[in-house]
Design a protein around this ligand. Structure first.
Ligand code: UP5
Ligand code: MG
Length: 190
């Protein structure tokens, strides 16, 4: 599918664990292109696409959008970027996501960067974010946590069983977390 060797790092962790925040730092230091699956889906809603209404109601319910849609958006963004190094943030969120991505793109991740954070800390961060996200309310947050535990953590466990997960203690302050993230990128790649 791709002419050159493409490097993909999956950035996983619960809602509010700091994936987006740390990806922005990684982009600055290591030249990756940051693709947040959630951001791509929210852009799709805004664009008024035919799937927009369905995506919007799924996000409101904390549900996982069908892989077909998300993988297509990720592939498009990868092609448009012109880069060959990607942080894929917040995806894959279930086994179906993982299998679809691997079979459609033929890409296996270099490693999984996993932000480990207690639920009470994630809840506090989400409730104080105030960026107008429709899923940052207590009712939806509970649903997001449940889906995360039931469907997304098994994906982390799958990669963990292959020795492919780099786990980060994400409860620390932003700068301290980034120090740990940097150490991983410096030691794992090139
Ligand atoms: N913050 C960050 N780091 C901090 C730190 N170390 N100490 C203190 N505060 C910290 O951070 C969240 C907040 O915490 C911010 O205010 C930040 O300043 C602060 P952020 O970096 O935004 O965390 P992140 O992990 O990115 O949280 P996010 O809410 O984006 O995670 P989600 O995984 O819930 O959201 P996402 O956008 O990935 O998905 C949203 C929904 O889209 C899903 O629920 C699902 O419905 C749908 N979706 C799919 O269906 N499929 C997909 O593949 C992806 C998404
Ligand atoms: Mg995010």
């Amino acid at each position: 599918k791709y002419g050159r060797k493409v490097i993909v790092v999956f950035v996983l962790g619960g809602p509010g664990s700091g994936k987006g925040t740390q990806c922005a730092n990684i982009v600055q230091h290591f030249g990756y292109t940051h693709l947040s699956a959630g951001d791509l889906l929210r852009a799709e809603i805004k664009s008024g696409s035919e799937n927009g209404t369905m995506i919007q109601s799924m996000i409101k319910e904390g549900k996982i959008v069908p892989s077909e849609i998300t993988v297509k958006l990720l592939q498009q963004a990868m092609q448009e970027s012109g880069n060959d190094k990607f942080l894929i943030d917040g995806f894959p969120r279930n086994e179906e996501n993982r299998e679809t991505f691997e079979s459609v793109t033929g890409i296996a991740p270099e490693f999984v960067l996993f932000f480990d954070c207690p639920e009470e800390e994630m809840e506090k961060r989400l409730l104080s974010r105030k960026q107008g996200r429709e899923d940052d309310n207590m009712e939806t947050i509970r649903k997001r946590f449940k889906v995360y535990m039931e469907s997304s953590l098994p994906v982390v466990e799958y990669y963990s069983s292959k020795g492919n997960v780099r786990k980060i203690d994400a409860v620390k302050q932003v700068d301290a977390v980034f120090e740990d993230v940097k150490a991983i990128f410096n030691s794992t790649i090139e």
